[in-house]
Design a protein around this ligand. Structure first.
Ligand code: SAH
Length: 408
């Protein structure tokens, strides 16, 4: 597929100056059009020629030699090029520092009422394949591209200089690393990092497992939805939080409602949720280890009623191919949840599957409501927290949907 590929093994040992001057990639007409439209991902089939090796920064041009940008190169990845810079600028330590500084200024402006947040959201903050999450005095890095992995020293230097953190952890255990040919590793890059740390999210405190927890320790993209949920369930009697994990929604809901039942299939997650409830002095949460599909079916068959149901499942559609099955699963849990609502009850329902679009989710919810025969009023459509920005020209940066519906 890589016609004209002139791979030069051993290039990686060159200095970065040499790299950016000599490594080049030429795009096909379609690839060049895509780059000009503002999408940073260039697929393998859109790369006409490349003279570089995995992890290099390459100068990208069209077939006529017109400059399109500088990109992170990885021939092992389906996304062979990730455009990181659209000007003729060197991608060096100062470049990484500027990007991190800019992302930090954006987070400052958000006045986030939490000690854990996403400092840098990969492509959406101009550094393809790098996530930086902050947990109080610690930073957790998730590199998802070979070029970033090779330049982590720049990232660490910038963070040390800008934030003087107590420790920086590399969480190299995400599924996407495999596709980039990166090996699994979790290691401390600077200072000291404990296994977990207590952070706050609005009025709630929770323990985030930095080394072993899901994602980098918490579902930071749900922060604003967690806080909004407390408002929607305010004064409610019984709340059912399904797919609870460490209690992201349950803890906030329990401060506002009479009682919350947190459901998850993972005993470990529920044990952390229980500790988090204790940390907040909340004694109105019960924890049920159960398969969500079975529990929702059993409860709705038994005609149980709740004032609020929260659904925050894992991504059912990781790829486009998963969509038919995923759609059925989303419909099933939402249909059951709607049945469980008392009149005036609130359904807070989420999907973090990019492929399951907002339109498709709306259609699925509509079809569930029709089957139940209930009227659902739309209170609000929400998305991911603002520290997980979206880029208009990169649809993949908009992935989390959260609908708040009220049963009339
Ligand atoms: N609501 C949480 C995040 C949920 S992550 C928050 O806001 O922080 C998804 C959770 O679903 C995980 O904890 C996982 O253990 C759980 N899960 C996945 N499949 C499940 C199933 N079939 N039944 C119950 N829980 C499930």
């Amino acid at each position: 597929m890589l016609a004209g590929f002139t791979g030069t093994p051993g290039k990686g040992a060159h200095t970065k100056m040499t790299e950016t001057r000599t490594n080049t990639a030429v795009l096909t007409k379609r690839g060049a059009a895509r780059a000009r439209e503002g999408h940073p991902w260039i697929y393998r089939s859109d790369v006409a020629e490349a003279a570089a090796s995995a992890g290099d920064v390459v100068r990208v041009t069209d077939r006529a030699g017109r400059f399109l940008g500088r990109a992170f190169y990885n021939p092992k990845s389906e996304i062979t090029l990730r455009i990181a810079e659209r000007e003729e600028r060197e991608i060096d330590g100062a470049w990484f520092r500027r990007r991190i500084e800019r992302a930090g200024a954006c987070r400052e402006s958000l006045k986030i009422d939490a000690s854990a947040y996403r400092l840098l959201h990969a492509e959406a903050d101009g550094v393809p394949g790098l996530v930086i999450d902050r947990y109080a005095d610690y930073f957790v890095l998730q590199p998802g591209s070979a070029a970033v992995e090779r330049r982590l020293d720049h990232v660490v230097a910038a963070l040390e200089d800008l934030y003087a953190p107590t420790g920086i952890l590399l969480r190299g255990d995400s599924a996407s690393r495999k596709r980039e040919g990166l090996t699994r590793k979790v290691e401390v890059l600077s200072g000291e990092v404990p296994d977990s740390v207590v952070v706050h999210e609005g009025p709630v405190r929770y323990r985030a497992g930095l080394r072993g927890g899901q994602k980098t320790g918490g579902f930071l993209d749900q922060r604003e939805n967690h806080i909004a949920a407390a408002q929607y369930v305010g004064g409610a009697g019984r709340v059912l939080d399904v797919f609870s994990y460490a209690g992201g929604f349950a803890l906030h809901a329990a401060r506002a409602a009479e009682s919350v039942e947190a459901v998850d299939s993972s005993g470990d997650a529920l044990e952390i949720a229980r500790q988090n409830a204790e940390l907040n002095g909340l004694d109105n949460i019960t924890f049920t280890r159960f398969n969500a599909f079975d529990l929702l079916r059993e409860r709705s068959d038994a005609e149980a009623r709740y004032d609020a149901v929260i659904l925050d499942p894992p991504a059912f559609a990781k790829t486009k191919r998963d969509l038919p099955g995923a759609t059925r699963a989303y419909k099933e849990i939402n249909l059951r949840a709607m049945k469980l609502l008392a009149p005036g009850g609130v359904l807070i329902t989420c999907s973090c599957s990019y492929h399951f679009s907002r339109e498709l989710m709306e259609e699925t919810l509509r079809s569930a409501a029709a089957d139940v025969g209930c009227t659902m009023r739309v209170r609000e459509w929400r998305g991911q927290a603002l520290d997980h920005p979206e880029i208009l020209t990169i649809p993949e940066t908009r992935y989390l949907k959260c609908a708040v519906l009220e049963r009339a």
